[in-house]
Design a protein around this ligand. Structure first.
Ligand code: PLP
Length: 225
């Protein structure tokens, strides 16, 4: 019998393919990132045996407890939650992609960690797309300057943008805005869309959709977005 995860994943991959085709896009250009925060080791085993290889985690510490003891050579791990500078060594060691660069202080500390550890994750910049006071991400008007600094001064490989639109509003205008910012700055990767809105995100060019509950079922506790 198929597990819940397997069934859910199949349905989501089908929705991704259908939506991509409707939008005139190639389904292969869209990657399903399984957001494994708060999940049990059994759930992770299930995901792995189903062939899922790309995972998103919110916290460095929790990511180590999930993945630190596993063979990750075949996997891609993506940090999708806020990063504190004192965890940047650990983040650079574990993650293939860090999606949440949003300030100069963090550019400096990532640069140091990359030199020290001798491994350079790809970097996305998180944009505070709804200009929300409590939310992480660089402000839209400060983003061009931070991008320049990150690339030219700190030599970071910034390949794309990530956002989390305001929770209570229709997401489409925010996805459209992130797509426009990426295009203006020639950034290819667009991480946007979650369980409730990944299809909309695909219409606006998402290359990576970050899906948690629709894949794994409900989480044990609420994350602190
Ligand atoms: C938790 C989380 C997700 C997944 O959310 P779901 O609604 O469970 O799909 C995606 N992105 C980020 C940044 C998250 O923290």
């Amino acid at each position: 019998m198929q597990s819940d995860f397997s069934q859910n994943r199949l349905e989501i991959l089908q929705k991704i393919a259908t939506t991509a085709k409707e939008a005139g896009r190639n389904p292969d250009d869209i990657t399903l990132v399984a957001v494994s925060k708060t999940q049990t080791p059994e759930k992770l085993d299930e995901a792995l045996s189903d062939g899922q290889k790309i995972f998103g985690e919110n916290r460095v510490q929790e990511a180590y407890s999930h993945w630190g003891e596993r063979d990750c050579s075949d996997l891609e791990l993506r940090l999708i939650g806020p990063l504190q500078t004192n965890k940047s060594d650990e983040a650079v060691k574990l993650f293939d992609v860090i999606e949440t660069l949003d300030r100069e202080h963090l550019c400096a500390s990532l640069q140091k960690s990359i030199q020290k550890i001798g491994k350079a994750p790809k970097i996305l910049m998180q944009i505070n797309i709804g200009n929300e006071e409590q939310k992480a991400g660089v402000a839209i008007n400060e983003f061009p300057r931070l991008l320049d600094l990150a690339r030219e001064h700190y030599r970071l490989e910034v390949t794309g943008l990530m956002c989390i639109p305001p929770a209570e509003l229709p997401p489409a205008p925010y996805f459209a805005l992130l797509q426009k910012l990426a295009k203006t700055h020639d950034l290819k990767t667009l991480s946007m869309g979650m369980s409730s809105d990944f299809e909309t995100a695909i219409k606006f060019g998402a290359t990576h959709v970050r899906v948690g509950t629709a894949l794994f079922g409900a989480r044990n506790y609420q994350s602190n977005l």
